[in-house]
Design a protein around this ligand. Structure first.
Ligand code: C5P
Length: 230
């Protein structure tokens, strides 16, 4: 990380509104937004399409060489491209959600993604959200948030989001998927989801999006002033 660039790390459980807050901060502060969950989802989509076995280390290594991920931003919206194909919609489908935590627990997958994420943040102001940003990707990030919310509220929010997009899902399926991903994400061997000691906890169960933004800005603004006066 360059000395005078600022990294805002946002970690937390599944469907806690990390990306909503991250996007709002990026827009407000003119920072780049990197959704690391989208990267793991795109890798999962590639594995599903190409029938890459999760125990087949040679196939995994080959797949990781063949996977090229890029983010594109348009009107403050971010799209992820997998080998030049925009897969932003497809990676949100239930089949990907059901497999992503297994794929993202594979050591080689994590190493490849973390390396790419660190490269992205070397010299730019950015907001990055995920599960291990404040602990593994950027342990030296100047500001870290750890987001959490009541599991029922999280499932309801995700249900509304997916049904609005036309996905046929039940509340039960979503609730189970969130619980399953949280379990795998917190118990995996390689960089499990855990709160960095210096992360500020943000429980947004009863907060509006604007209240969350204000909460975060109150903590970020003094740092921005300090960086810009260097
Ligand atoms: O953020 P999102 O819910 O889209 O992430 C999908 C999955 O990707 C998570 O459930 C987790 O298994 C994995 N992930 C991860 N590390 C990150 C970001 C996401 O393991 N930094």
């Amino acid at each position: 990380m360059k000395k005078n660039n600022l990294v805002i790390a946002i970690d937390g459980y599944s469907s806690c509104g990390k990306s909503t807050l991250a996007k709002a901060l990026a827009k407000k502060l003119h920072f780049i937004y990197i959704d690391t969950g989208a990267m793991y989802r795109a890798v999962t989509l590639y594995f599903l399409r190409n029938h890459v076995g999760l125990e087949d280390h040679a196939a995994i290594a080959k797949a990781l060489e063949d996977i090229h991920l890029n983010f594109h931003t348009e009107d403050f919206q971010t799209f992820i491209h997998l080998n030049d194909e925009d897969v932003s919609k497809e990676i949100r489908q239930m089949e990907v959600s059901q497999n992503v935590s297994e794929v993202s627990s594979i050591r080689e997958v994590r190493h490849a993604m973390v390396k790419q994420q660190q490269r992205m943040g070397r010299s730019r102001n950015l907001v990055m959200d995920g599960r291990d940003i404040g602990t593994t990707v950027f342990p030296e990030a100047q500001i870290k948030f750890f987001m959490t919310a009541d599991p029922k509220v999280r499932a309801e929010r995700r249900f509304i989001e997916l049904t609005e997009k036309g996905e046929q899902v039940t509340m039960e399926e979503i609730f189970d998927n969130i619980a399953h991903r949280d379990f795998l994400d917190t118990t995996r061997e390689e960089s499990p989801l855990t709160r960095a000691e210096d992360a500020v906890i943000l429980d947004n169960t009863a907060l509006t999006e604007d209240e969350q933004l204000q909460f975060a800005l109150t903590r970020i603004t003094p740092l921005l002033e300090a960086v810009s006066s260097k």
